[in-house]
Design a protein. Structure first.
Length: 232
């Protein structure tokens, strides 16, 4: 028989409609046998058989994709719940002069995965007087992984990348990050880093070089930066 025999396409359609619900390899084989008997065509059987295997493979891939999507939704839910609790805790108690709140979407709703924060320079240091704005971006797998913290605009500092991203062991899951670390602890840790740079792990060549070679010039630059970023 030819593959364009009168019953090929109707039978193939039946197979296509049914294969998605077939629960096992044995059921698929039985289905192909039935379809082939309708056409009385051995060649048709193998065409349908290969088609069924292809669709079964696709079904397995689709199932895997659905499972991954469900897992991502679960993780996203965990992140949102944790950040909601962080927001409540911050409103109840936070260090004086600090700011931490979810950013606003275009429709005015809060974006719990994107926080706008600000860190005041410590009193008695060259950073005093400045209010340094920083953005915290959280991924769906938070708090398993830490947020990305980025100064906006970027700061002149040995441990701040030119992009503004903070280089700090607390923000590295391979180093000191732990899921129990709070947003308040992160902001306090970054405040400490401002006046106590980690020279062993530089992220900004210019600030690092000036800090090591000309401390007076470094302090002058930082004071000017604090004045420019004053909250007044």
């Amino acid at each position: 028989h030819q593959l364009d025999c009168f019953c090929f396409w109707p039978t193939a359609t039946i197979l296509l409609a049914t294969v998605g619900d077939a629960g096992s390899e044995r059921e698929l084989t039985l289905l192909c046998n039935v379809c082939a008997c309708v056409c009385m065509c051995e060649r048709f059987y193998w065409v349908l058989r290969n088609l069924a295997r292809l669709l079964t493979s696709y079904r397995g891939f689709a199932t895997s994709s659905r499972k991954q999507k469900y897992k991502n939704l679960q993780m996203s839910g965990i992140a949102s719940s944790r950040l909601s609790e962080e927001r409540k805790a911050w409103r109840k108690d936070h260090p004086y002069g600090f700011v931490a709140k979810p950013a606003k979407n275009l429709d005015g709703t809060a974006n719990i995965m994107n926080w706008e924060c600000a860190i005041p320079g410590k009193k008695g240091t060259i950073w005093e007087g400045g209010l340094y704005k920083i953005r915290m971006l959280f991924k769906d797998d938070y708090p398993t992984t830490p947020p990305k913290c980025k100064f906006e605009p970027p700061l002149f500092h040995p441990n701040v990348y030119p992009s503004g991203t903070v280089c700090l062991s607390l923000l590295d899951e391979q180093k000191d990050w732990r899921p129990a670390i709070t947003i308040k602890q992160l902001l306090l840790g970054i405040q400490d880093l401002l006046n106590e740079p980690n020279i062993k792990d530089p992220a900004q060549a210019e600030a690092y070089t000036i800090y090591c070679q000309n401390l007076a010039e470094y302090e002058k630059r930082v004071r000017a930066q604090a004045k420019a970023m004053s909250n007044s």
